[in-house]
Design a protein around this ligand. Structure first.
Ligand SMILES: [Zn+2]
Length: 133
């Protein structure tokens, strides 16, 4: 199952992040899923629940953020959001477009639960570190 291996990758990244930041657990994880990534939302939820068992993300709140496809036109340079079944340039209707977004599956944000007195955590724009517990 495609979704399960993707979720296992996500869990591996979460485990590495938790280790780096001295976190006891992952509180919340948001995964950005492109509309053209070929991932089924229901299967993804199910796969995550299965992949996270006995990991740092065991109790994590799992959210998905759907990203519509976006293309850049090679003919006229327009960059625009398009619908998944029509990737033509909306400005000049050229088929010569490159997908710039919409086929990804990546971590969008992570909330780590760090015990008090843990090592200082460097927060990045996609990583929220919560102290306490
Ligand atoms: Zn164009």
């Amino acid at each position: 199952m495609h979704e399960l291996s993707l979720c296992q990758d996500v869990i591996e990244q979460l485990t590495a992040l938790a280790e780096q930041h001295g976190a006891a657990a992952v509180g919340k994880v948001t995964v950005r899923v492109g509309a053209l990534s070929g991932v089924e939302p229901v299967l993804l939820d199910f796969a995550f629940l299965s992949a996270r068992t006995a990991t740092v993300a065991d109790q994590a709140d799992f959210q998905t953020e759907w990203v519509p496809p976006r293309v850049r036109c090679r003919a006229c340079g327009t960059e625009a959001e398009v619908v998944p079944n029509d990737l033509r340039c909306p400005a000049c209707l050229s088929h010569e477009t490159d997908l710039t977004r919409g086929d990804e599956l990546m971590l969008a944000s992570v909330e780590l639960l760090v015990p008090d007195h843990g090592p200082p955590a460097a927060a990045t724009d996609h990583l929220h570190v919560k102290r306490g517990h």
